[in-house]
Design a protein around this ligand. Structure first.
Ligand SMILES: C[S@@+](CC[C@H](N)C(=O)[O-])C[C@H]1O[C@@H](n2cnc3c(N)ncnc32)[C@H](O)[C@@H]1O
Length: 275
């Protein structure tokens, strides 16, 4: 039986979306280094219609709008009403935003470009979702999706998991279930896109340093523990365990503290395809 969004643990349309909105400045600062390679992969050479899939608070949507040739139209789509409201308030008139489940929604007209930064790993039925998204892309169009590489190569996630696992039992992650590192092997995503009818699929590994919000290792550790779904098992744990996890993660963050901030390495895959 298929799981509902909330059963999968990623209730983006409600609780998880609101949590992301509450941490929006920090999350967008953490992920901003991914925007440039993603936008380069879109090959924005002429004015065009661009959709950002699962745009969250719209940080990437605004970056795309700033990089696109004059006359382009940029629209962000997200399932979370809280994030669509935040994105709309932040973007002014540079982009518009639509609340929609992109796995089933059909826009009135196709787009010339589809982009996504870490938004395509949460579909309950990926084959059906990508088949639907195939209808979003105009003939001759192009998509670029940024997904995380293998969990062990995404520093802040690996360190968080190790930290939480050092103070309590943590269930091992199902690599095929909805979750951030589901396409850590990009061949899985490439196969899904090919089966959905996309052509010329390819992936490129990008290695970047991500700035964890917080002026001190203590603050960076607190941000990570409060923001990531990896830390969810800790939320209901006794205070003593949470304090031990914070102390352990602070120690790890201290080892990555340079020039006044914590920076952690990450491998990101930029997957591209044509319509
Ligand atoms: C990890 S966040 C990334 C947000 C944003 N792209 C960014 O990089 O800041 C994942 C996003 O996917 C959205 N999302 C998940 N499933 C979705 C769906 N079926 N339709 C639309 N948005 C979805 C969530 O609401 C959330 O904003």
């Amino acid at each position: 039986m298929q799981k509902s969004l909330s059963e999968s643990g990623y209730d983006w349309a409600s609780g998880r979306g609101a949590l992301w909105r509450d941490k929006l400045d920090g999350m967008e600062a953490l992920l901003a280094p991914v925007d440039m390679p993603l936008i380069e992969a879109l090959a924005l050479d002429l004015p065009c219609r661009i959709a950002e899939i699962a745009c969250g608070g719209g940080g990437t949507t605004r970056a795309i709008a700033a990089a696109a040739p004059a006359g382009s139209e940029v629209t962000g789509f997200d399932i979370s009403p809280d994030l669509v409201a935040a994105a709309t308030a932040r973007a002014g008139d540079v982009a518009r935003f639509v609340e929609a489940d992109v796995s089933t929604y059909r826009p009135d007209r196709p787009f010339d470009r589809l982009a996504s930064r870490f938004g395509v790993m949460f579909f309950e039925d990926p084959a059906a979702a990508f088949a639907n998204l195939r209808h979003w892309l105009a003939p001759g169009g192009r998509l670029a999706f940024a997904v995380w590489g293998p969990a062990a190569e995404v520093g802040f996630m690996a360190q968080l998991r190790a930290t939480v696992a050092s103070v309590m039992e943590v269930a091992s992650a199902d690599p095929d279930a909805p979750g951030p590192c589901r396409y850590g092997d990009p061949a899985k995503l490439i196969a899904l896109l090919g089966a959905a009818g996309f052509e010329d699929t390819a992936s490129r590994s990008v290695h970047c340093m991500l700035p964890v919000p917080g002026d001190t290792p203590e603050a960076a550790a607190a941000f990570l523990l409060a923001s990531s779904s990896m830390a969810a098992p800790l939320a209901d744990a006794p205070a003593e365990l949470r304090e031990r996890a914070h102390a352990r993660l602070t120690e790890i963050c201290s080892g990555h503290f340079e020039d006044g901030r914590v920076q952690m390495p990450a491998r990101v895959e930029i997957v591209t395809a044509a319509g």
